[in-house]
Design a binder for this molecule. Structure first.
Ligand code: TXA
Ligand code: MG
Length: 338
């Protein structure tokens, strides 16, 4: 679903959103599409609902949740202040795939912040998320809707697959356009801004928006970001990032008949493909690669591949975010994800 407006002509989806509002008001959980990945949403002001999110995901209590707000005004009510840079970033990138980590007000539940003095705030762009937030009238705390230790879901079906034993209401907003989690920026420490998790809103865009490169690194200990653990975002198959030379070597070693290795490259496959290898040509546009990356991880697992091989990604723009997820997946194959 790409339009920014909720399609009021869809009575089934509209009725589902009303049902979702009732579930949330009763302290229940809802699978919510966002433009990045699907979230597991709960009333951000209800401690029992928040406890249910952690229990359902199997997530450790000290990993904070992002609070999703309808607009900048609502978000502003959750922080003691985010300064001129926060104002500028919120004005430039919201609604959109950017999370701001800022000083939390006393009212924010400690379970939401992971017992830290900061809160992560984001105004999502997906029309179904926006309509849900509008009708519910309160912010929604939502981690990615995967069990702790699994890849983030980018379709409603992925969410249902994650929680097959729960009767979870999942709003189907189609495949996520962005496909990887939001860029997280820390504005909570004096003297600077730092990127805690890269995403499709790039460092270049962030610094252009605030009009300067921060002169000083922020002071004080960095907030904990669970997604920054080395082992993250990993499928069951091993993820390898290879140079052209190492790829040629790997291909030369593939002798088995059944395909065990999936090679994902931008260039066309070589003429002589060993039988144990399947090639997938990736789009040139990094945003399209990001949009499909997690779905690709899941498909490779379903098809029983033992290895997924990628070429080296670049280190700027959206490729930096893809490289971040690939490196974590490569470190943590079989590892844990928030
Ligand atoms: O795109 C996204 O951000 C998705 C969608 C659903 O909005 N959400 C998402 O949530 O990726 P989750 O819980 O899977 O990852 C949120 C990350 C975690 O690594 C968490 O540690 C970090 O955000 N985070 C949240 N609040 C924070 C805070 N106060 N300080 C530092 N990190 C925070
Ligand atoms: Mg997550």
């Amino acid at each position: 679903m790409s339009s920014a407006e909720f399609p009021h002509s869809d009575p089934v989806l509209s009725a589902e959103i009303d049902r979702a509002v009732r579930v949330l008001a009763a302290g229940g959980l809802v699978g919510m599409p966002t433009e990045t990945v699907y979230g597991l949403a709960a009333d951000a002001t209800n401690p029992e609902a928040i406890a249910r999110v952690f229990a359902t995901k199997g997530r450790p209590a000290d990993h904070p949740l992002i609070v999703h707000c309808l607009d900048r005004e609502q978000a502003r009510g959750w922080t003691t202040g985010w300064g001129p840079w926060g104002e500028r970033l919120a004005a430039t990138f919201w609604p959109g795939p950017l999370t701001l980590v800022v000083a939390a007000t006393d009212q924010v539940l400690p379970a939401v912040t992971g017992f830290q003095p900061t809160v992560g705030l984001r105004v999502p762009a997906h029309p179904v998320a926006r309509e849900l937030l509008r009708r519910f009238g309160k912010p929604l705390a939502a981690p990615s809707a995967n069990r702790f230790g699994r890849v983030s879901p980018t379709t409603a079906a992925h969410v249902r697959d994650e929680f097959p034993d729960r009767d979870l209401l999942v709003l189907d907003g189609g495949p996520c356009e962005v496909g990887i989690e939001s860029t997280i920026v820390d504005l909570s420490r004096p003297g600077g801004m730092s990127i805690l998790r890269p995403g499709v809103i790039t460092a270049e865009q962030l610094f252009a928006a605030i009009g300067c490169w921060p002169e000083l690194p922020p002071v004080g200990p960095a907030p904990r970001v669970a997604g920054s653990l080395a082992a993250h975002y990993a499928p069951t198959a091993r993820v390898l990032i290879l140079s052209d030379a190492s790829l040629a070597e790997l291909l030369a070693q593939q002798t088995g008949d059944s395909p065990t290795t999936l090679v994902c490259l931008r260039q066309a496959p070589p003429a002589n493909t060993p039988p144990g290898v399947r090639f997938l040509q990736l789009p040139d546009e990094p945003k399209l690669v990001a949009a499909r990356l997690y779905a690709l991880f899941r498909l490779a697992d379903e098809d029983g591949f033992q290895r997924i091989v990628f070429g080296m990604p670049g280190d700027s723009g959206v490729e930096a975010a893809i490289g971040d997820r690939l490196r974590r997946a490569a470190t943590g194959s079989g590892g844990r994800a928030d």
